[in-house]
Design a protein around this ligand. Structure first.
Ligand code: SAM
Length: 172
């Protein structure tokens, strides 16, 4: 299991399926091993399970009934990503040296006050509003510089190409 975990709060099943799926895909691609989801959504889980079956890795989604209690009991560091926080640049050297598990919290709409309260770091990626997907991608890529060297080991593997789409299926 990797050091990085993501707690996605405020998921509204009727409107957030696609963006929560992208939060999960981004978490996986940039080296997190688990995304905890504040509301169960089997459609998100099914999509991610299909990606993992094809492209590999050990990434999982775990639904939570009580995200607040989960964050309160987290054994490790909590990094809440928020446009209202302090710049990542000021803390990234310290966070890179951190040995304990790091839980990133990202919201959907306005987040409850406990996210600020329980966080060890309230961190911004600039102070303009953008997206949980971009905030997470930038943070993980800065803290986990080896994300490009990860071995996912799935049957489908991309062969990098400058001019066309190339993949091999090792299961055939
Ligand atoms: N104005 C909203 C709020 O009160 O936080 C922004 C919600 S935004 C659509 C959803 C999530 O994206 C936020 O909860 C946060 O995790 C992330 N986010 C958006 N802009 C960010 C920034 N500049 N820095 C860090 N995270 C950001």
């Amino acid at each position: 299991m990797s050091q990085f975990h993501v707690l996605r709060i405020g998921h509204r099943p009727e409107r957030d399926k696609r963006i929560t799926t992208h939060v999960a895909l981004t978490s996986r691609a940039f080296g997190a091993s688990r995304m905890y989801l504040s509301k169960p959504d089997s459609r998100v889980v099914t999509t991610i399970d299909e990606v993992v079956a094809k492209f590999g890795g050990n990434f999982e989604i775990e639904p939570l009934s009580n995200p607040r209690k989960f964050a309160k009991n987290w054994e490790g560091q909590i990094v809440h990503l928020t446009m209202f926080g302090l710049p990542l640049e000021d803390f990234e050297d310290k966070l890179r040296k951190e040995q304990s598990p790091i839980l990133f919290i990202v919201g959907a709409e306005k987040v409850p006050p406990w996210t600020f309260e329980y966080a060890d770091y309230n961190i911004s990626i600039g102070n303009q509003p953008h997206s949980e997907v971009s905030a997470l991608a930038i943070s993980l890529s800065r803290l986990n510089e080896n994300y490009v060297d990860q071995k996912f080991g799935g049957p489908l593997q991309v062969i990098p190409s400058g001019d066309h789409r190339k993949m091999i299926d090792t299961s055939r």
